[in-house]
Design a protein. Structure first.
Lengths: 215, 215, 215, 215, 215, 215, 215, 215
């Protein structure tokens, strides 16, 4: 079995009862489970369900993803930086954070640093370098330029998440995805649009390997 | 009739004899004519044809476009700045330059300033501001980020030209076009992929109006 | 800092409380703020919120965009013409008008002049030329032919806004965008589908530079 | 069997020997045959082959299509008008003409009337109305606006042929096709990109029915 | 002015009050008006509004389109055949019927003749030929094969309407549109997906010209 | 190991020397090998290579695929019918035939039966039913209607191969693929555009299972 | 008439009353009818309607499809295996099961065997081989890899159904469809996205022919 | 300046003289330079040019990329595993290898392990785990399933490169890209189609950070 990757339930296409059943079954054999892309109407139901079962819950700002766990999660893994270009990308970034934390990574976050002016990016990047993060996740919609920019300024591997923010031609994250893939800034790879889970998974993966090497 | 917009012959879908015939007919009633997207095999034939007719020719670096004129063209119009991200975008930028010059604009160019490092953009932008250009054209391929960047740093209207440089998803200028259209940097509008003629036309248009106001 | 470009809040992906918070913070340091693409259910809430704070509001016909300001806005900038092909394009055109007015431009508008018959376009174009507008915005959906038509009749730079009006193949503004980009009428550049903000931004930019030159 | 529709050989995907064989077999039972989209290298071979067999040939300007027939073709059918926007659309328009003539229609053509200025369209349209054509074919590339324009000015049914002229977004006739389909001008239907055969077929069909009614 | 083409109001993007205003204004100078793509919630409101104004209304089965007129409409024009492949295409076909009737054409309809078995098409086609229709409209979704089939069996010009019936790859009428455009059956041209108005307009146009010739 | 499926070498992206090496290695352990999508310039080289090695070769009409084998191949498997709409689809159909024969199936073919007239399909279908084929492959380009038609007339499973014949919208087999996928005729499944190998593989698979059951 | 293929009503675009009418008419001449893609709001209405008419109903888990029949259906036909990758694909798989059962096939199902780990696939595949199924249906969303995998492990023909599960680039089944079509595993053909009916139809078709041969 | 990332010249859109000039200039200040996507006709010219200048060259099998360096490159960095599904993906994989080696990484390669049978993947994966690689690059075309498969079997971060191998729907790497992005196997991120440079860049980046931590 692969180490440290939590079970993730894709809730969007499941009924609430199916979700509950899978949660229960999963927590019998693991300490934690992530439920992602929860329908609005099911979100509070899952909170209540967890409370009744005395399962602890971690939520994400503006996020439809939840992390459920039994014993407290410790951050003995690597460190991951998480950035968003705008405030609209925070929900996706938080999904990544929950995933990373479930995989025992400490996260340093900097949200809404990419749209209003280039200068806001410098202090947070400096902090991430100082904290020695092993991977930086950048969530950005519209033209998605922040991922390229960050990757061109640091030696740290960058995982770009195009987000489905924007309208008109290139909407739904398509322009951001295309830009990130076309980027000529080396040190950048991408996951699918809005897929905070996948970004969190590989980032934690990178950070945790790095820390194991160090130890 | 509209003032100062030269006749442009779209050579790509025309036989050399048709082109020659249209050139002749056009130069009977105007001082200049532009021939754009000339097939490789026709380029030198047109140079020879012009020479024989004692028509002066202006060429563009790496460009398939030619400007032909009878009396010398003076630069009594406005000023236009032209930038490219890489060396591969120069041909398209030069097409814009020929178009602007045919419309009596003086051009300040800065090529290959966008890929290798952000720092190369500052001196040339400073120069353009000092020369008081009224419009800046930015030709960029791949993810096309330079247009957004420039537009976010100046108050001058920017015309973005996505170029067909790049491969894979978003190739043929599609990623650059999508990025520029999705850009949240105000002060930017775009023309079609590789269309240096259209960019030159509107830029000269803006610059010349501005100068007329001034006078 | 760039002169005269107001802060624009993209409301579509934000909760009402986030919007209010950003409005407050912005108006502390600027005189005006634009809120665009407001969700239907939030529109009246924002009107009420502004009223309570004694902030003046300018609305646009059929538009989901609002302009909020503290001190009255004067029209000491340039002049911009705004046209729409049909009545369905008015909301987007009004977004451009609010943006231009926030940037101190006087707007001359002519709505619904492009569909029923070509003859309706002439008097309004004549008026715009007489008022000496420095830029014309043309909002058009379906096949978007009005932008090409206007641009081929005047020397004034034209900014085309494809609108998401229409259905079937080329729906959601795609046909209009493609037409405007393919247009062989020089003097036309485009912004993204329904993006009245971007069109207003560059048009006011052009008009205001022109007026500064004159003065 | 359907009346008056000639056999059409689609040459693009056939070897020269297959083409010759089909021509021979077809001319055994019909008076005429059309060969369309002939590869450059096969064009003169087919001319020679026809000459040797004493079959008369009708060619089209800039066209890869040929009409072969044994007995002279008379124009006792209806009348069809054929227009092109630019010179680059002539090859496709000529394919339509050959098809119409094979179906015994007299054609009135007006080429290169749509790009340089709207005024060139009026005399030729007036002539077509006077000659009482029953259908007008309009071949146009880039944004394909001429089809909409013509259809909005006459009561005669218009068949639009988008042509594959243009480059960048909407290239290969896609923008022209989308525009014509989105057109809000009633009286217009379309055939596929570059398909002069299909346009000729339905136009002649319409014109010939009309003339039969009259007689 | 063009003869016999009624004003058509595109209701989808208009508010009910705008629609009412345009209806009133139009009926002041014409006898009839068509309102197409009426939102569900507005449909009965318009019926009531017409009733109150004593305007006669013609509805179409499953159709969101209405024909309003003052004096009775006579069928002194040509004849048009209208076919649908399935029952799901009837709404669009009825839109065409209303348009044709507004243009004084008599319509012969045959609905749901194309899906369950090829044999159902023959009696209705025979009837249409006997009634001497001058044009046949074929509305078909999914793979849209009925238009090709009909056009290959008759000499009458066929106007294909791809309908947005179907799901998966090629959904929303895209497969049907592509098929009809690729069809190698001569005598077929198409309008945009679900555009019963456009099909009705050109079909009536063809039929009415034919009848005028006859008279 | 799976029974009876020959090794297939995809030659398009391989150099001639790589191909030869793989052929040799494969024929050491199997009796036959198929080489598909051979570049024009390599075709005769492979023929020569096989001759020198005394390997028997089976070619297909108009096909870029070759079947190489050591001991004669017997047809003790099931029976497969193979149809094409036009003559341009024969190369792809022949690729399927070679694949089926390599899998010991007897093939009954009927080429060019779908375009010129529906009546040509009946005798060949009757023959296939009489020969009791267990699967019918239908290769068709343009709108690909033949696959739907055949499948609606027989109880035998049909495998559709969209071919890349056609031009304009839906070109390169896209319209044919979309039509076949949208087809409401039950008993039809498809393989990718031009993929005669895949169609042959599953058809032989079906036919051979059927024959094994019988025995 | 074709044997054993039940009438299938496509409910998505039909009103409840139309559906009831067609059900009644169909059951007058056949023993069974399938209603597919029933709108949520109509599902229980149809259950009630069937109950009142004393028609037996078979439902599918998570499926919007119903099988209605008068006399009990016997499984004297062939055998079909049905697999899904995730729990989200079950509804589509159940649609296939209902179709197969209506065609007298016995189904062996294995759901949710493809996502969490490759090992879950082996026991169910072994069982299907032992039960000697003649065709395996594989429903899979996201990247749809299960269809390729299964087809590479068995000699049994596989019908892939891409399902519309997933989000971002390649969403709505597009990635799964593309993967299955590109699959280099021989023995696989596909139906359209979410089209459990089509998959069931051809699978039962294959299985029933095989059983007839055996008998 | 960023550590250890070599200059990469994108040769596809450059003339040979430009390339030579950039090579010279780059090698004045760095030890190595990579030239990627060299046109066939320029490849040997660059080899000769390097030889004349006494620059050492490293080539890649089937690759259009070259690594030029002055002093020998040592492998004191991390370790990277590189896999390809077929032989057609080797050229792209070799581009990654050259990039990794230029960044001082030792590469363990396993080519052609993914198509013919799943069993070939195990020994090479075992070796990579034993050699303790810090990142695995997987180059795969067609449906690109190998990247998902590898990523689901190891804890090592995987970078997928979709390659432009394949034809028909999803060709040019589009299916492989979509599959990899849709993959529900955590631990996978992707670069653009055929972009061995980008994959090599981030993989070496990850591996080198890891090794630095260890030291
Ligand atoms: N939001 C998500 N995005 C991508 N993959 C996910 C997501 N949530 C869950 N998954 C994956 O999808 C699989 C669950 O599929 P299912 O059985 O339908 O819940 C697990 O292997 C997860 O790793
Ligand atoms: N490179 C170009 N890009 C866009 N439009 C062009 C270009 N060259 C010429 N044109 C326009 O295309 C028209 C010429 O069409 P044609 O008659 O085919 O030469 C003129 O109106 C030009 O303004
Ligand atoms: N240029 C063309 N465009 C569209 N259809 C054509 C064309 N040329 C021939 N066809 C049709 O294609 C069919 C011939 O196909 P084939 O047997 O391959 O020659 C005939 O039915 C023609 O009507
Ligand atoms: N094959 C390649 N794929 C993607 N980016 C590349 C490739 N080759 C070079 N680049 C990048 O493109 C830039 C070079 O652009 P240019 O000035 O046109 O040579 C450099 O920053 C490289 O990192
Ligand atoms: Mg970096
Ligand atoms: Mg700016
Ligand atoms: Mg103009
Ligand atoms: Mg008209
Ligand atoms: Mg016909
Ligand atoms: Mg069948
Ligand atoms: Mg198999
Ligand atoms: Mg992994």
């Amino acid at each position: 079995k692969r180490r440290g990757i939590p079970e993730v339930i894709f809730a969007e296409t499941k009924e609430i009862d199916e979700i509950k059943k899978i949660v229960k079954k999963t927590l019998e054999k693991s300490n934690s489970v992530i439920i992602s892309r929860i329908k609005k109407k099911d979100y509070t139901k899952i909170l209540a369900f967890a409370k009744k079962l005395k399962i602890t819950i971690k939520t994400g700002k503006n996020s439809s993803t939840l992390l459920l766990f039994k014993k407290p999660i410790t951050f003995h893994g690597g460190r991951v930086g998480i950035l968003t270009a705008g405030t609209s990308d925070i929900g996706v970034a938080e999904e990544s954070r929950l995933m990373c934390e479930a995989m025992n990574c400490k996260c340093i976050t900097g949200y809404d640093v990419g749209v209003a002016g280039i200068q806001r990016i410098f202090p947070i990047l400096k902090k991430m370098i100082k904290e020695d993060v092993d991977c930086i996740i950048v969530a950005a919609g519209m033209e998605g330029a922040l991922a390229t920019l960050v990757s061109s300024m640091v030696d740290i591997p960058v995982i770009g998440i195009p987000t489905s923010v924007g309208y008109g031609y290139g909407e739904k994250g398509i322009a951001a995805l295309a830009s990130m893939l076309q980027s000529c800034s080396l040190g950048l790879s991408v996951v699918n649009i809005d897929n905070g889970i996948a970004a969190g998974g590989i980032a934690a993966n990178i950070a945790n390997r790095s820390i194991r090497k160090k130890n």
